[in-house]
Design a protein around this ligand. Structure first.
Ligand code: NAP
Length: 249
């Protein structure tokens, strides 16, 4: 019998990560649901994965800490060979001009959105690379249209971190291309999730919706299929790509 794919989705207790975990479960993946704070939300996602016929576990870990990333992957490896990683955990944290943004907020945003992706990508390379005894697989990094737009007056440091994610995607894709691991990114535009409220502006998505050429903000369920496709065999010739899913932004 062919093995089911086993995919770690960071930050999948809610938002784009939760929608991605459920979409992947529907495609036959077993899922490691990572979260930082909200265990009950993560357990609800695990329950929904079970209802979709998949197997899921919830694992708390702060992706910006290497010891916690190690623990996250160790929990996943107890289920079997890890074949997929969705580097989704992220935050904007604060909406303001750079000059008015506290340094500790800037540091946290860069640590989670960029360092978290690098640390998880590094660990995935160690366990998935066929040159290191792994069985190969695919990584999808969740970037943002901010990486090319710059996000002035909102969070330019977040945009810089996401541009770093794009560069990391291109480089790691080349590094792992001959080792059975594809690496791509999805860059959403403005998506209706709690990320905006968590940054202090619950109405942000509606405020900026008129900037979107398609005339509305996106839903998490409109991002998840792009991630699912990049992880799938249908995308076997795709690596190093940043796929914009942003309504034209
Ligand atoms: P969200 O609804 O705020 O969910 C964020 C998720 O990340 C939660 O599961 C949260 O877990 C987790 N998380 C936060 N910090 C973490 C850490 N240090 N370690 C592990 N998990 C952590 O966010 P979202 O809108 O779905 O965003 C998901 C990704 O899409 C992010 O990378 C974001 O930058 C990107 N994105 C979002 C938008 C948008 O408009 N929403 C647009 C472009 C790109 P807890 O709840 O347990 O803290």
């Amino acid at each position: 019998m062919e093995r089911r794919p086993l995919t770690i989705v960071t930050g999948s207790s809610r938002g784009i990560g939760a929608a991605t975990a459920l979409h992947l479960a529907g495609l036959g993946h077993d899922i490691v649901v990572n979260f930082q704070r909200d265990r009950s939300a993560a357990e609800s996602v695990v329950t929904a994965i079970g209802a979709a016929g998949g197997q899921g576990i919830a694992v708390q870990a702060d992706v910006s800490r290497d010891d916690e990333v190690e623990r996250l992957f160790a929990a996943a490896l107890e289920l079997g060979a890890v074949t997929g990683l969705v580097n989704n955990a992220g935050l904007t944290a604060h909406i303001a001009d750079l000059a008015d943004t506290p340094v500790d907020v800037i540091r946290q945003v860069v640590e989670v959105n960029l360092m978290g992706v690098i640390l998880c990508g590094r660990r995935a390379a160690q366990v998935m690379s066929t040159a290191r005894g792994g069985s190969g697989g695919a990584i999808v990094n969740v970037s943002s249209s901010a990486a090319t737009l710059g996000s002035p007056h909102e969070y330019v440091h977040y945009a810089a971190a996401k541009a770093g994610v794009d560069a990391f995607t291109v480089g790691l894709a080349k590094e792992l291309a001959a080792e059975g691991v594809r690496v791509n990114a999805v860059a959403p535009g403005i998506v209706a999730t709690d990320i905006h409220a968590a940054a202090g502006e619950p109405g942000r998505a509606d405020r900026v919706a008129q900037r979107v050429p398609l005339g509305r903000v996106g839903e998490p369920t409109e991002i998840a299929p792009a991630i699912g496709w990049l992880l799938s065999a249908d995308a076997a010739y795709v690596t190093g790509a940043v796929l914009r899913v942003a309504g034209g932004l």
